[in-house]
Design a binder for this molecule. Structure first.
Ligand code: BTN
Length: 326
């Protein structure tokens, strides 16, 4: 109901009378007043005029109800929000697993968002530092029509979605470092952790975890990551609404997930190339215990990195960490 009220305010951009609201929403004027009080408690500044009705003067930086009003597709239709969690990915994997055994409780397209995580997970067993009230920590549960060998494409799809969303919400020229690092001016500000459950020929479900440093002050990062980490706020010089950014990401993801499910990998990988900071660069790739240096030539239609080694040989890399050598 609150999302419907927010949507009404956005569409009208002016005072709306209590009478009109009560007619459109089918609830009493007393109930409308209660909702207005709830919105105020959530941080909305609402002017109330006895003759004209209500008007929103200021919206909070983060509101799940408002995210819902901005969504265009099915991803995010269900949003579960937690103030604090161990890890949004862990909960999302548990929910997805329950849903496999109980078809009535489909959780596909559901999104888990936390304000802070106590055991945020990064790739390769690392920790994802997750301070409260500033960043995005969310996991999207999907059921991709994809064989497990193509799973890297899920990370490619999420990276494209996040990068495009950051560009359109902030105007900053975000880039992607293969396969999943979101970069601003050569420093990482976000990452993606994809976890899947599959049988031999198909993915049963996937959880795409997204962590983005939005409004955190980089001086608060642990000293070891400070030299290579940044946040959106550091470059934007103002607070970025997480509401807007999350909604953009989910809308982009809805679009690119459909492209992927349609089998059109080419369009997706072309978009990835256009946003990449990796292709054509001299790189060092750490893949497990092996280290390769060479030129990142391209990615193939599965999102696998094609590296031209200094010897001239070509090496395909499924998973690893890329450092750009300048
Ligand atoms: C990386 O190492 O680059 C991936 C980081 C992914 C972090 C996000 S935050 C939301 C989700 N929940 C987690 O525990 N991890 C992912």
């Amino acid at each position: 109901m609150l999302d419907k009220i927010i949507r009404m305010f956005r569409e009208k951009e002016d005072f709306i009378s209590g009478e009109e609201m009560s007619r459109q929403l089918g609830i009493t004027r007393a109930a409308i007043w209660k909702k207005i009080k709830s919105l105020r408690a959530m941080g909305y500044q609402i002017q109330a005029s006895p003759s004209k009705g209500y008007k929103i003067l200021k919206t909070p930086e983060f509101s799940v109800d408002e995210i819902k009003t901005l969504l265009r597709g099915s991803i995010g239709r269900e949003i579960l929000y937690f103030e604090s969690l161990d890890s949004t990915n862990t909960i999302a994997m548990e929910l997805a697993e329950k849903s496999v055994s109980d078809a009535k409780k489909s959780v596909y397209s559901a999104v888990i968002i936390a304000d802070t995580q106590t055991r945020g997970k990064g790739r390769l067993g690392r920790t994802w530092v997750s301070p409260p009230k500033s960043n995005i920590y969310m996991s999207v549960i999907i059921k991709p029509e994809l064989a497990p060998r193509h799973a890297t494409l899920l990370t490619i799809m999420a990276a494209v979605s996040c990068c495009r969303a950051v560009r359109s919400a902030t105007g900053l020229e975000a880039k992607i470092k293969w396969p999943n690092d979101l970069m601003l001016f050569g420093k990482k500000f976000g990452g993606i952790l994809t976890e899947i459950k599959s049988d031999p020929d198909r993915i049963l479900y996937a959880v795409i975890g997204i962590g983005i440093n939005v409004n955190v002050n980089p001086s608060s990062f642990p000293p070891d990551i400070q030299p290579c980490a940044t946040s959106i706020k550091e470059h934007l010089k103002r607070i970025q609404s997480r509401t807007i950014l999350i909604a953009e990401i989910l809308n982009e993801m809805d679009y690119w997930h459909k492209i992927l499910n349609s089998g059109d990998r080419k369009t997706l990988t072309e978009e990835w190339r256009a946003l990449s900071s990796t292709i054509g660069e001299k790189v060092k790739v750490t893949a497990g215990r092996e280290i390769f240096t060479g030129t990142a030539q391209d990615i193939d239609d599965d999102g696998v990195l094609i590296l031209r080694l200094e010897s001239g040989a070509v090496k395909k890399i499924n998973a690893g960490d890329v450092t750009l050598l300048r």
